[in-house]
Structure formats: C-alpha cells, structure tokens
Design a protein around this ligand. Structure first.
Ligand SMILES: [Zn+2]
Length: 160
C-alpha cells in the first residue's frame, strides 16, 4: 500500500492537457508540429494513448479526469471542464481553437458528458463541435476499441 502511494505521488500531469507526463508539458503539447486548432477531449490519459495509436489525429488533447456521474458525486466541478472552456476561448500561440472532438466513452456517463460539453461550448463563435462516429461498441471503454474501429470513428466524426 505504501509503495503504491509512492508511485501515485510520483505521477505528474501535463499542465495544459492533463495527461500523465514526466515533464510540465507532455510530449504532445510540447510538439510544435501538432495542430493547435483541434482539441480531442477524452476521459482518461489511457484514452489519449488509444487515440494516438490510430495515427489519425494530429491535434492536441484535453483529459477530463473522468465522466459526469452525479449518482457517484462526479459533477462538472470534479472534472477539468473549466480548464477546457478556458483553452477553447483562448488563442494558443496566436491560433484559435476551431474544432473540439468529443471522444468520451460510448456509455451512459460518456454520453451525458458529451451532451453537457456541447451545451457549454455551443455559443463559442466559429467553433465546430464534433463527436466520434457511431460504430464503437456501446457500453464500452474507448481504450479497448481496436485501432481500426477507433480510427474510423475519428475520421467519420459528425458535427453536433
Ligand atoms: Zn499535454
């Protein structure tokens, strides 16, 4: 237990996207070749790895730290939603965010989270909000989708 605690304490998170990182800025946020105009919103750091494996996404990520689950006490304030809205409303190195891809898990909590995020971002001018295409196994977890299926869901994403 004590060893586990130490490991957990040693984990750092990227100050921009919130994924696990050994530096202040993760490898993806620090990469100037990544498209700053696109943000892919996921629940957990492992979902970042799942989307990276598809090689279909060249933008950046935002990790929420979970999904809305009011029955278990997870509301908007427990997730990194405010940080997301700040990023979407602020230029990054002179670049506006023009698309947010919502890639929450294909289950009840993930859908509720997506609906909430769309409501919060609907009024940002010039912003396209997209959601992964259907085809992902419902009730599942993004990280368990195979690369091909997830890659197709990403390229076939639809505007909300
Ligand atoms: Zn990052």
């Amino acid at each position: 237990m004590r060893a586990l605690q130490r490991i957990r304490d040693g984990v750092q998170f990227c100050i921009v996207c919130g994924t696990v990182s050994d530096k202040e800025l993760c490898r993806i946020c620090a990469d100037s070749r990544r498209d700053r105009s696109m943000i892919c919103v996921v629940e957990e750091p492992k979902d970042v790895q799942a989307v990276e494996r598809t090689r279909e996404f060249k933008g950046r990520y935002h990790v929420l730290g979970g999904a809305l689950d009011p029955l278990n006490g997870v509301g908007p304030d427990q997730l990194r939603i405010r940080e997301l809205l700040t990023r979407v409303g602020t230029q990054d190195d002179g670049v506006d965010v023009t698309e947010v891809i919502i890639a929450t898990d294909p289950n009840t909590e993930g859908e509720a989270t997506a609906t909430y995020l769309v409501r919060m971002m609907r009024d940002f001018p010039g912003l396209a909000i997209t959601r992964l295409a259907s085809g992902l196994p419902m009730g599942g977890d993004l990280e368990f989708a195979d690369e091909l299926t997830l890659g197709r869901a990403l390229t076939g994403r639809r505007r909300m």
